[in-house]
Ligand binder design. Structure first.
Ligand code: DSN
Length: 421
């Protein structure tokens, strides 16, 4: 062995059994639990391999053919392939696949078109928006003047006339379309018309729905938006990261903001994972996958409604639903714990006009991207809805939760995950 440190060729288990054990436990948790967190998914093995590749050893600051370091001939080809594929899927003029996260992608766009003190108009966090869309604690809330739109109290959907009124009133530099907890389709054409009317830039954050857009079951925001941002690991089912699309006129400025403006070296193994993600998302089979996510969400939402849950806005058009737990006399916080004990993973979520505090909430957000990846279909949605109903209707029944947990593990076993790991 010629290495300075002979551990160079050793496995995780040999070097650090504790971490190795925890990784194995997490794999087992993913296999045996029913994953209903709307922003999560299971990436293909090829993406896992890319994420662990030797690309992690390389620095490649800058952009293809203009990198600051030597030895970039292979990694810059990977980056070019990732950009080309992203542009082809979403029909964009320009792509930047370097942003490390959705928040970084959003930050890049804000820094490209806004100065501190400028106004942005975005969806309120407690009615479906995202922290990086203007929350006071987020950098957006500290740097910019924030105007917000929400949902209509009656329909619990976006009232575009109200967005237009707020845009005329606040005269934002940028309007943000896109949400983290909105179960209905977004009307990008209308958003763009409103932006044009007030001379604003339209940025669509399609992080949640990117896979649905790629799969053709949600309208594509790209033709209507000046900028589109997205993560790559939600419905798009890929490496954990993000990207930005934009029209040619903003391309140079955006690239300069991503690097050197807000980031240093790109994470090349993740960019390789993004390239693979985009390849898979352009296969015909991904269309079937995206369609099944939506069918499963509709089915789960209907099955929960039949069991007495109130579904915000009456249902869902996409991969997620918001469940009002008040008819079951539960809070989101308690429900997450009860479901967790029963082998079902979800997150609490404020419902529109929620009377509870943000850390308690009256709601749960469920999504079907991950369970659809495992191959589950409508029949399994009924089984899961039934389990959720039983657990939340009998919060004192510990034995019931134990028995549901074992049933959920059996359900998981019937849809194996990462058999080759
Ligand atoms: N944290 C993500 C979600 O759960 O929706 C958004 O970034």
């Amino acid at each position: 062995m010629a290495y300075f440190n002979e551990e160079m060729e050793a496995s995780i288990d040999a070097i650090d059994p504790k971490i190795g054990e925890l990784i194995k436990s997490e794999l087992e948790r993913q296999r045996t639990h029913i994953e209903l967190i709307a922003s999560e998914n299971f990436v293909p093995r090829a993406v896992l391999e890319a994420a662990g590749a030797v690309l992690t050893n390389k620095y490649a600051e800058g952009y293809p053919h203009n990198k600051y370091y030597g030895g970039c001939e292979f990694v810059e080809e990977i980056e070019e392939i990732a950009n080309a594929r992203a542009k082809a899927i979403f029909g964009a003029n320009h792509s930047n696949v370097q942003p490390h996260s959705g928040t970084s992608a959003n930050q890049a766009v804000y820094f490209t078109v806004m100065n501190p003190g400028d106004t942005m108009l975005a969806m309120r966090l407690d009615q479906g928006g995202h922290l990086s869309h203007g929350h006071p604690i987020n950098f957006t809330g500290r740097l910019y003047s924030i105007a917000t739109y929400g949902v209509d109290r009656e329909t619990e959907t976006i009232n575009y006339d109200e967005v237009e009124r707020l845009a005329k009133e606040s005269r934002p530099k940028i309007i943000v379309a896109g949400a983290s907890a909105y179960p209905r389709k977004l009307d990008f054409k209308r958003f763009r018309a409103i932006a044009d009317e007030v001379g604003a830039i339209l940025m669509t954050d399609m992080a949640h729905i990117a896979g649905l857009v790629a799969g053709g079951v949600h309208d594509n925001p790209t033709p209507h938006s000046h900028f589109v941002t997205s993560t790559t690991h939600k419905t798009l089912r890929g490496a954990r990261g993000a990207f930005v699309l934009c029209t040619d006129v903003f391309a140079k400025d955006l690239d300069r903001i991503v690097f050197p403006g807000i980031q240093g070296g790109p994470i090349l193994q993740i960019i390789a994972g993004k390239a693979i993600t985009f390849k898979l998302a352009s296969e015909p089979s991904f269309k079937l996958y995206a369609a099944q996510i939506v069918k499963n969400a509709a089915s789960l939402s209907a099955a929960l409604a039949e069991r007495g849950f109130r579904i915000v806005s009456g249902g869902t058009d996409n991969h997620l639903m918001l469940v009002d737990l008040r008819p079951k006399k539960q809070t989101g916080k308690d429900a997450v714990k009860l479901l967790g004990e029963a082998g079902i993973t979800a997150n609490k979520n404020a419902i529109p006009f929620d009377p509870e505090k943000p850390m308690i909430t009256s709601g749960l957000r469920f999504g079907t991207a991950a369970i659809t990846t495992r191959g589950m279909k409508e029949a399994e949605m009924t089984v899961i809805a039934d389990a959720i109903d039983k657990v939340l209707s009998s919060p004192d029944d510990v034995a019931l939760r134990k028995s549901v947990r074992s049933k959920m593990a059996d359900l998981g076993a019937a849809f194996p995950l990462y058999e080759s790991l």
